[in-house]
Ligand binder design. Structure first.
Ligand code: PLP
Length: 364
């Protein structure tokens, strides 16, 4: 079979080296004679892995000692509920900065558990992040929620908002571990693993310890950060295999040179695509404002209004070359190239060449 180039947004590509490791470790984990898939989560074998994965998270992100690291079932959506369930009790109200489909979904989920203040004016065309001086922040909010990278709309924060002491909570599902982040500026960071750091089913949650112990009484134990922390993330049987894969991906990131190396690579890959868009005399069109263009998910159209026939032809031609999962999300249409951590520069160069060729043969 010829090579497949996977530009899917998530579950996204995993590093080839990690597949090799998983293959080798699948049936005999750490010389236990059995697979991790049939190992009890209460064994020292699993607890060693649990600590190993926590440690690599700490090293990569320089996580300060007063932050706890949790591995929780239920992915990103699970945490959309967990955030208000664990934090909104302080004042009963929370600020949501909606910059795309995912933060909109997070806000909608939070409304089930308290009052939600929309910080930005409502829109369905997410192409920018308004200047912070225009934000309608509520000083009484229990927390301020942002999504640092909108996977569908391709809008990525290029700054950390100043929330005047109100805990900042960030959904980093689709740009987790793609660059260095000053964890101390956040109250909570969370994300599903399947975009940049592993496979689906698990959320990585990093929570400042003073934000524990305030869950609403109705909070399910499964989503209760404090209950999970007290049990070292084995309150119930955790998604052990997904946590294991996350650990192996994070160790791979370390071997690549850590988050600075990931950031450099991400910039190179994204620039390749955006530059072709910019140099196409309007043939390709990227709707997002330049300063907040995502380095992980690059949505673009053919023509500013989107030429459906040409876009279809583009996608068909791409698939014929093995360039797959490039169709834009149904909410925005067009084309989306996701260039998550495991997508190589060579793979993006192949897409870039296809884009150039397609432009040459189809522009007047
Ligand atoms: C994919 C995604 C989610 C949802 O993750 P699930 O694990 O599918 O629940 C949440 N937020 C962002 C930014 C995402 O990209």
């Amino acid at each position: 079979m010829s090579k497949i180039y996977n530009f899917g947004a998530g579950p996204a590509k995993l590093p080839e080296e990690v597949y090799e490791i998983i293959r080798n470790e699948l049936t005999n984990f750490e010389n236990s004679g059995i697979s991790l898939l049939e190992t009890s989560h209460r064994t020292s074998t699993y607890m060693n892995l649990n600590v190993e994965v926590q440690n690599v998270v700490r090293r990569l992100l320089d996580v300060p000692a007063n932050y706890k690291i949790l591995f929780l079932a239920g992915g990103g959506l699970g945490q959309f509920a967990a955030v208000p369930l664990n934090l909104i009790s302080r004042t009963g109200t929370a600020d949501y900065v909606v910059t795309g489909a995912w933060s909109a979904k997070a806000a909608k989920e939070a409304k089930k558990y308290g009052k939600v203040n929309m910080v930005l004016p409502a829109t369905d065309r997410y192409v920018d992040i308004p200047d912070q001086s225009t934000w309608n922040l509520d000083p009484n909010a229990s927390y301020v929620h942002i999504c640092t990278n909108e996977t569908i709309h391709g809008v990525e924060f290029d700054f950390i908002p100043d929330t005047k002491g109100v805990p900042l909570v960030a959904d980093m599902s689709s740009n987790f571990m793609s660059k260095k982040v000053d964890v101390s500026k956040f109250g909570v960071i969370y994300g599903g693993a399947q975009k940049n750091i592993g496979t689906s089913g698990v959320a990585l949650v990093i929570v400042r310890e003073d934000l524990l112990n305030q869950a609403l009484p109705i909070c399910p134990s499964l989503l209760d950060w404090t209950a999970n922390f007290k049990m070292d993330s084995i309150l119930n049987t955790p998604p052990m295999f997904a946590i294991y894969i996350m650990g192996r991906v994070l160790q791979w990131i370390e071997r690549q040179g850590g988050l600075d190396a990931m950031a450099e690579l991400a910039t190179k890959k994204a620039s390749l695509i955006y530059n072709i868009v910019e140099e196409s005399n309007g043939f390709y069109y990227a709707p997002v404002a330049k300063n907040v263009r995502s380095k992980m998910n690059i949505p673009f159209r053919i023509g500013s209004e989107g030429n459906a026939a040409l876009e279809k032809e583009f996608l068909k031609g791409a698939e014929a070359l093995g360039l797959i999962q490039l169709k834009g999300h149904r909410d925005v249409g067009g084309i989306r190239a996701s260039t998550h951590n495991a997508v190589t520069l060579e793979e993006v160069e192949t897409l870039a060449k296809y884009m150039k060729d397609f432009y040459k043969t189809h522009s007047k």
